[in-house]
Design a protein around this ligand. Sequence first.
Ligand SMILES: [Cu+2]
Length: 97
Amino acid sequence: MKTIIFLITALFMITLSNQLAASGKEVKTVKFNCKEISCSGCKKHITEAVKLLDGIKSVDVNIEKKTVIVEFDDSKTTIETIKAAIEEAGYSAEMAG
Ligand SMILES: [Cu+2]
């Protein structure tokens, strides 16, 4: 009986760690230069537009640097989709290294 419980626990742990490893790999970061960013209104506008997309983990708009850094799950959305969402909100979005 103890062996069975041990085996089930071991199997569960392996499955869990595989899932964690898999989900960790899917989160990617992309940075855009958006030269029209000038105030906190822009920051709010872009953040809201990008967060409407599926799989967005975080949106970091820097007003001084005029950058948007997005963490996303690449099994749910793409860089092109994020870029399009920023552009539809009225800003240019050039991918930055
Ligand atoms: Cu603004």
